[in-house]
Design a protein around this ligand. Structure first.
Ligand SMILES: Nc1ncnc2c1ncn2[C@@H]1O[C@H](COP(=O)(O)OP(=O)(O)OP(=O)(O)O)[C@@H](O)[C@H]1O
Ligand SMILES: [Mg+2]
Length: 268
């Protein structure tokens, strides 16, 4: 049974104006098409500069496509909305606010009372393991803890769709794995739809239902593959599964081909 599409990109093209060299003129995205179904976890994988963040920005409504359509439930996306949350690569917490005040910043600014937002805020602080650090300031936290606070902040308004731009890219391998496990646990509990950008093939295979591999600039969806592993997943089980090595090898082959193209395309 196929689920209804929430997000749909149809032949999306995007260029950026500005002071750029001839080698970088033209489309950043060209004819990008894919759908994101309700409750799905999709990873967008591709070389640096292929347009992954550009896609997230279009879906978030921070920017507009030049051609083609970016749709939410069949309607064009023109602006950000509360049903779409974003987690950036850097946690972007306000240094002068406590963890709790950072996490509750959105609802407070939209005029909700503490009674309305605090029960959920405490729940998410517990889910990400920061209940004892709610009064701490960001500079008193480790990198992984800061990213967990950013995750709780993104989840508090209960977005139906979460857009994540390499959120664990700056973390060490152990913290990253702990965050991946935490993310899949929360995702399964509250059934958000996630579009997650990563460079990391292992991360994509651990997290995703489906992986979209992008080409080098101009970015397109070059391959799309279903990840067959059952949930809940453990890294130990995955690496022992012969399909894991095979899938990783196939993806690596495509990613390296595209990375080589993007290096050839770099200006001298
Ligand atoms: N606002 C902008 N103005 C001009 N050029 C931009 C703008 N945003 C992105 N670009 C260009 O578009 C291309 C794609 O950028 P984007 O940030 O989407 O890549 P990416 O795939 O997310 O890369 P990375 O993996 O390094 O984050 C780059 O060449 C970048 O310079
Ligand atoms: Mg990016």
């Amino acid at each position: 049974m196929s689920l209804p599409p929430r997000i749909s990109l149809q032949r999306v093209c995007k260029q950026f104006a500005g002071p750029t060299s001839a080698a970088l003129d033209g489309d950043v995205l060209r004819d990008v098409s894919f759908v994101l179904s309700a409750g799905e976890f999709v990873c967008l994988l591709g070389a640096s500069g292929c347009g992954k963040s550009t896609i997230l920005n279009l879906v978030a409504g921070f920017d507009q496509a030049d051609r083609g359509e970016v749709l939410l439930d069949g309607r064009p996306i023109h602006a950000p909305g509360p049903e779409r949350g974003m987690v950036f690569q850097q946690p972007t917490l306000f240094p002068w606010l406590s963890v709790r005040d950072n996490v509750t910043f959105g609802p407070r600014m939209s005029g909700q009372t503490a009674q309305q937002y605090l029960p959920d805020a405490e729940r998410y602080l517990r889910l990400v393991g920061l209940q004892d650090f709610a009064e701490h300031f960001p500079w008193q936290l480790s990198g992984g803890m800061r990213q967990r606070a950013a995750l709780a902040r993104a989840w508090l308004p209960n977005p139906e769709i979460l857009l994540m731009d390499e959120p664990f890219g700056a973390l060490d391998a152990q913290t990253r794995l702990a965050m991946q496990e935490l993310l899949t646990t929360i995702w399964q509990t509250i059934q958000t739809t996630i579009l997650f950008v990563t460079h990391d093939i292992d991360e994509a295979l651990f997290l995703a239902d489906r992986v979209l591999i992008m080409s080098a600039r101009p970015g397109r969806i070059r391959e799309e593959l279903q990840v067959p592993f059952e949930r809940p997943r453990s890294l130990e089980d995955l690496v022992a599964d012969p399909r894991y090595g095979q899938l990783k090898r196939n993806i690596l082959h495509v990613v390296r081909e595209e990375a080589a193209k993007s290096l050839v395309g770099e200006p001298a």
